[in-house]
Design a protein around this ligand. Sequence first.
Ligand SMILES: [Fe+2]
Length: 298
Amino acid sequence: MKETERIVEYGVPIDAQTMIEPPDAAELELEPGHPGLGDETYIARRKELFALCRRHRLERLGPPLIEYTAEETRIWREVSPKLDELHRKHACSIYLKGKDDLAITQAEIPQLRTISERLERETNMHLVPAEGALPYRTFYEYIAQRGFPVTQFIRHGSHPEFTPEPDMIHDCLGHVPPLMNQDYAELLTLIGKAAATTPHGDQVLALKRFSWFSIEFGLIEEAGETKVFGAGILSSTGEIPRSLFSAQATRRPFATEVVIATDYDPSQMQKDFFIAPSLPFLRRELEALVRRFNIPVL
Ligand SMILES: [Fe+2]
C-alpha cells in the first residue's frame, strides 16, 4: 500500500500518514459525552494535572509526586476492591504475580514514581508520565525505549466504573502489573521498536491491532482455562465477565492474519476477543509479522 492511500480505522478512512506523524494535542480536550463535562472543579484539576504531566513527559523528568484529593482517593477505594475480586478469579498469572509483587493497595493511590523505580530494578522498564491518551505511534516510541506512558488523573466520580479515556485506574490496575514480567516487557518493547521504526502507515495500523487484541483486550489460555490478559479488560468490572462469558461477544483463537484485519471501536464495550495460547506464542507471531513486514528490529 502506498502512503498516499487511505487506510480504515474505527470504520473511517484516514490518511495512512497520520499513523506515522500523529497529531500532538497540547491542551486538555474532553470528548463529547464525557461525565466530567460541566464540572468546573474536575476540569480545573484535569487541566492542572495535564500541564504537570505533559511538562514532566516532554522534559523527561519521570512521574511527578501527586497529592491526591479526598474525592480521587474515594473513587480509587470504591473501584479497586471490586476489580481485585474479579482479578483473583479471572486474571492471568503474569498479571496477578506482578500486582502482588508491586503491592498495589486498595487504600491509597500509589505514586507512580515509586512503582517506576521498582520496575526499573526488576525488568528495566520505567514509567513515563502522560497527560492523557497519546497517539499510538508516540505511545510505542516511548515503549521502544522501555518507558511505559501512564496517566496520573482519576476518572469522574459520577461514574466510577466507567471512563471514556485511559485514566490511572486503567493504567495502574491494567497495564502496570505485567510490566514486572521479563517476557511481557520484551514482547512490549519489540512491538514498540517495530511500530516506531516502520515508515508504512498500514504496518503501524497492523501492529496497533496486534496490540489491541493482545495487550489491551486479549485473552490467554492457562492450564486449560481462559484467563484475562488485556489491560482494557482488567481495568473494567464490566469487560471482565463480558469478555469471558457474554453471548454478545465472540471469542476466537488468536490468528495474526485475522487480528490485523479486524477493525474495532474503542469507544464501545468490545465484541471481538481473541484467545492466545501463551505468551511465547504471541512472541513468535509478532516476530513472524515483523519479519514479513521487513522491519529491521530483530
Ligand atoms: Fe490501555
